[in-house]
Design a protein around this ligand. Sequence first.
Ligand code: ADP
Length: 553
Amino acid sequence: MELRRRHSSGATATATSYYGRSRILASDALPLPIRHTNRLFSALFVASLVFLMRRWRQKIRSSSPLHILAFSEILAIFGLMASLIYLFSFFGITFIQSIISSHEEEDEEEVDFASERKPSSCALVEKPKLVTETLPESDAEIVELVVSGRIPSYSLESRLGDCDRAVRIRHEALRRMTGRGLEGLPVSGFDYSSILGQCCEMPIGYVQLPVGVAGPLNLDGREYYVPMATTEGCLVASTNRGCKAIAESGGAHSVVLRDGMSRAPVVSFPSARRAAELKAYAENSANFETISLMFNRSSRFARLQGVQCSMAGRNLYMRFTCSTGDAMGMNMVSKGVQNVLDFLQADFPDMEIISISGNFCSDKKPAAVNWIEGRGKSVVCEATINGEVIKRVLKTTVPALVELNTIKNLAGSAVAGALGGFNAHASNIVSAVFIATGQDPAQNVESSHCITMMEAVNDGEDLHVSVTMPSIEVGTVGGGTQLASQSACLDLLGLKGPNTESPGSNSRLLASIVAGAVLAGELSLMSALAAGQLVKSHMKYNRSSRDIAGAAQ
Ligand code: ADP
């Protein structure tokens, strides 16, 4: 809460107001059938109560025993109980919701206050009066209200209680407001309830992406068909060719060296000396048990592996690393870190929490810490490719590949001052597999860190090729992995959802498959470059005749 107050981002503000508004639904904006049901149960409650009171008064007067019940009395008692249960559950929940939403409204006010401080020309524009009563029946009228700003677009799902309808209305309102056709952005054919509150706010449709398949990828004695979502011509075909070369040479092998997600909060102290005291405490192995006890409370899958600290002046950056089962783990590790910070605050009252993330994590940014220490899964994948296969399938030679790899991927990247970019195009394969399988595509930044090595072996006859990827961040649960298409792609790999017998095995295998596909992609692209085929094949797959005609105009 403290953090959100100080660093409330636009996203947080939107989310808060969205959920706050959803509770308005409880009172006057109720749909007609619900209002009728409420009236019916209220009438039943009053009628049953009056009937029972009268009967019992008669019985008391005639000295009849109260516990001997006539059928009509049993019916009345039943009616009374049923109406009581219904009314209590309905209005009780509404009451609790109103308390919660009043708290959230307070948060909203803080966010609004922050934005009010900014000088804005919009301050002079009178805000449209918001519609708080029941919404009109027709979509067209609701579209009008959204266009005129009388219904916030973000509140449509909660006000309507129908995700598909909310998207149709928002799409139409946006079309009217911008004057853009949006014809190519489909609305129907997607389950919007599956993304509500989890994957995307204010949806107006969905983007279609083709998914290709490369494989079989022969990896650790098994075959995988690797789904790749991409719009780059040649990419799938090229990876497929690499898979073929690997399969015809006996397959690839992988090893997962590390598996741990990291989050590094930054805290500040009045002096560097005090910050160093906490650093010493956090890094002292004698305190690990206490810290991990606090950390591990966040989830049955989060298990603290270590804390690594770094300082800048009186600021302390603590990089917590933990295993996260089959989840990619950002939520999990963040919750664990928050628990530890709450615990430390008691012993270090002068510690000021600046941010739950201090960039030493380091998430979605190129950073040496991930390249050196690893983040997510650290994987090496290797294969020995027969010289004959290199000639027949890849149309090049072992010495040509080895020389090119040294001059391009190693020396060339050194000349460029690369950070984790000692490869030909790892990020091409990583992003395509990430998008297909519901991973966070922004984590492509560090997940694509890769050094590709090529050496001549067996007296120069064959090629030993490997990719070393220290920070592949993947999961098979959470985030976008549960969406229909993405989950189908995970299923294709046999990796849908959690591994209940051995939590973490699915996500580690997914990381190995990513590395295996990168190995195939590296082999194929490097071969194309060595053989001088790249431009030719791109002209074939990447430029349809229609495009060429268009470009010529
Ligand atoms: P992330 O931390 O990657 O953002 P989430 O927190 O959204 O992931 O999703 C992980 C959720 O899945 C947690 O609630 C966790 O308890 C649940 N879960 C179920 N099975 C597993 C598993 N095998 N490994 C990890 N998490 C699992």
